[in-house]
Design a protein around this ligand. Structure first.
Ligand code: ADP
Ligand code: MG
Length: 726
């Protein structure tokens, strides 16, 4: 009889020593020697370009001055030489379409001609502008298919880099992607526009404070969480392959309860993998810094040193690409879905964000006595106002089918957006509410009761893992961002709402300065804005039931599903906001809404169909075979006069559950066949209201069966296999 041979094969394969086990250990490397060797950084450009051209390019890179065609031509030559010296044969305009991933279209540097020769072709024109066939990327109605034209445009502020492949290397040129009408079809363009908005607002504020700066920029460092699963398991699970998450799986007796994984020692294979990933990223000039295990078994994290937001966003995409690519070398699959395993922590992308001057002054650095730090209080208060006024928007840009599992679940921040300030700042803001600032709590020293350990300086604010938006020392951390998503849109929103808030406070301050001295005027503005927005401040446990009730009382939004949150993206208020700061037009916002709704629909549609087919082709057959075996036992047992009561009860239970499973699956199949309407919105609504409940019902029964069916019949790797067999 054919049994679940596949599953045991997988376990054997995972346990068996791999041929190339030694190959798992990457060669040691010297970071300072390899860092950035595959990225074309400013210094390299400076060395290779004529002085005058370099000066002009630098102006474009650091001050966003317009780019002259002569400069582009000169850079093209340098870029091509630099790339071909490194073995590149092709170049590509690398961009971030609205899929949330990256796209590329490769062109050769060398074009064969009719005479049998070949010409090198890469001029300023090719560098600056490309024309991919854009019709295969989502445009959300911005670009009807008969106007398939789309342009990629070089972003000189983000370094070009080389992607290596066994059969050759490609020069990747970071680009923006727009329709021929100039509408942004990508995530980079609005991000760049939002950096202009924050620059303008920031400079206006700094002027009031008498501080000179060339530019104000936002900085971003995103912590990427991910799971690693052996490929032997991954490819035996159609749900992981198709949907990126497990649609079935009983939670094993041991999950993450023992907390024995977090910061635990990293196994050799995984450590080798991480080292290899880091090496690749260093070579690309991505400054990765920390690595550790996460809370759930099989879950890990990688974080970079922060950079300006545009470069950080490109580097974040590269990090995801490299994490996925290198995993294959180690017979692993890197999963970045927000909730690959029910009952275990999901994965997020904590997006650390701050605002600073190009001279390096961090405007969210509180110093030791925040109550005296006017500049900090001004900018921090602007963040509080921005988040309070635009909770809806922050929730909308992190909405996805995947992230819905996370927001409000086990460890993840809840769907209610609130700000955690920590003890010290909370106290300062309580003082501010009454209009008087007297003191800042000191963190003090932490004695550990033994003289051998040196005393520690305590942070003045503790951590609060339950907050979706937390102040962490000298930056805010937007924790609700999903692990799978691009940081570009969330950062675009942060920059824009911050610009709006800073401008509002500048206006208030300028107004009050007509009567009051600076000190008094500022205190009034800070107090007013704090009082108006204090509702968003919450230091307690974000997971508790009490908070849900309290948040409701405070009038905070609690948007549980993507379908509740997305309509805020292009609401009247937000269209106005984005248009005012020239970050996104109404048409561009509408298109993003449409694309996100479409993605929600497609993801759940795939899940619904995969669930149904796995039940039909894997789970039902396994249960039937096992019942058949039990039935045979019952037959023979009866003839032989054996005691068969227990076996009968098992067989009975399985048959009943099998009936229920088939019935629930029939309902799911029926729902799958209906689309709920013609528009994407109606289809997405159908997914939310009908497909998800139908899937959950099927899964409940199937997961119950997994605990009953003979282990050697179960047709797919279990959670226990995937998470604990290494
Ligand atoms: P934790 O896990 O304690 O939050 P990590 O060191 O893992 O800390 O991550 C902190 C992240 O915050 C890093 O990516 C770091 O570069 C980033 N970060 C630090 N300062 C800033 C800043 N001023 N602006 C943006 N990101 C920052
Ligand atoms: Mg963090």
């Amino acid at each position: 009889m054919s049994k679940s041979f596949k599953r045991f094969d997988a376990i054997e394969a995972v346990k068996a020593p791999k041929n190339g086990m030694a190959g798992y250990v990457p060669a040691s490397f010297d970071i300072s020697r390899i860092f950035g060797e595959n990225a074309l950084h400013m210094n390299e450009l400076k060395d290779r370009l004529p002085k005058q051209i370099w000066k002009e390019l630098k102006k474009t890179i650091t001050e966003n001055a317009p780019l002259h065609p002569d400069v582009a031509d000169a850079v093209a030559v340098v870029m091509k030489n630099w790339a071909t010296e490194r073995g590149a044969t092709h170049y590509t305009h690398w961009f971030q379409p609205l899929t949330g991933f990256t796209a590329e279209k490769h062109d050769s540097f060398i074009t064969p001609n009719q005479g049998g020769g070949a010409v090198a072709e890469f001029s300023g024109k090719e560098l600056v502008q490309g024309e991919p066939d854009a019709s295969s990327f989502p445009s959300g109605g911005l670009r009807p298919t008969f106007e398939a034209r789309g342009y990629t445009v070089w972003d000189p502020t983000s370094p070009a880099f080389i992607m290596e492949n066994e059969n050759g290397s490609t020069l990747c040129i970071p680009t923006a992607f727009a329709s021929w009408k100039g509408e942004a079809l990508d995530h980079k363009t609005p991000l760049l526009r939002s950096t202009e908005a924050i620059n303008k607002a920031g400079l206006r504020a700094l002027e009031l404070f008498g501080i000179e700066a060339r530019r104000v920029t936002s900085t971003v460092g995103a912590e990427q969480e991910y799971f690693l699963i052996d490929k032997e398991f991954f490819y035996r699970r159609p749900d992981l392959v198709m949907a990126g998450r497990s649609l079935f799986g009983a939670v094993p007796p041991k999950g993450q309860e023992l907390d024995d994984h977090y910061f635990g020692s990293i196994e050799d294979r995984v450590l080798s993998y991480m080292l290899d990933v880091e090496k690749e990223l260093y070579r690309l000039g991505v400054p990765v810094k920390t690595r550790h295990n996460e809370v759930a078994p099989g879950q890990y994290e990688i974080a970079p040193i922060f950079e300006t937001s545009n470069i950080a966003a490109d580097h974040q995409q590269l990090t995801m690409i490299v994490l996925r690519k290198i995993a294959r070398k180690y017979d692993l699959v890197c999963m970045m879905h927000e909730k690959p395993f029910a009952g275990l922590n999901g994965s997020g992308k904590h997006t650390n964000w701050s605002v600073s001057t190009t001279e390096g002054l961090n405007l969210l650095e509180p110093g030791n006595d925040p109550h005296t730090n006017k500049l900090f209080l001004f900018f921090c208060t602007a963040v509080i106002r921005a988040v309070n006024m635009h909770q809806d928007l922050l929730r909308a840009v992190i909405a996805s089918a995947g992230n819905d599992h996370r927001l409000g679940a086990n460890e993840a921040p809840p769907a209610v957006i609130s700000i955690f300030l920590g003890d010290q700042l909370d106290d300062v803001y309580n003082q501010l509410k009454s209009g008087e600032l007297k003191s800042s709590k000191d963190g003090g020293l932490l004695g550990l009761g033994t003289p051998v350990l040196p005393p520690l300086h305590k942070h003045a604010g503790d951590r609060n893992r339950t907050s979706p938006f937390a102040f962490t020392g000298n930056k805010f951390e937007f924790r609700a961002v999903g692990s799978n998503q691009s940081v570009s849109l969330p950062v675009t929103v942060l920059n824009t709402i911050m610009a709006e808030s800073v401008e509002y406070m500048c206006e208030q301050l300028e107004d009050k300065l007509k009567k009051d001295d600076f000190e008094t005027a500022l205190r009034k503005v800070l107090t007013d804005v704090t009082n108006e927005n204090a509702n968003i401040l919450f230091n307690g446990d974000g997971y508790s039931e009490d908070w849900q009730a309290e948040a409701k009382k405070r009038g905070l939004l609690n948007l549980k599903s993507t379908m509740d949150a997305l309509p805020y993206l292009n609401s009247e208020k937000n269209v106005k906001l984005f248009e005012k700061y020239k970050v996104l037009s109404k048409a561009e916002l509408d298109s993003r809404f449409e694309i996100l709704v479409g993605q929600y629909f497609m993801n759940i549609n795939i899940e619904g169909e995969t669930t149904a087919s796995m039940v039909q082709t894997m789970i039902v057959p396994a249960v039937v075979r096992y019942i058949n075996e039990l039935a045979a036992t019952l037959d023979r047992g009866e003839k032989l006069g054996l005691s068969i009561g227990g076996t009968k009860r098992v067989a009975q239970h399985l048959s009943e559950e099998l009936d229920k499973l088939i019935e629930a699956n029939e309902e799911l199949i029926k729902q799958n066949a209906e689309l709920g309407g013609d528009t994407e919105l109606e289809k997405a609504e159908h997914m939310r209201s009908n497909i998800i409940p139908a899937m959950n019902k099927v899964r409940d029964i199937a997961d119950g069966l997994e605990k009953y069916v003979a282990d050697d019949y179960w047709p797919m790797p279990t959670y226990r296999d995937m998470l604990f067999v290494k």
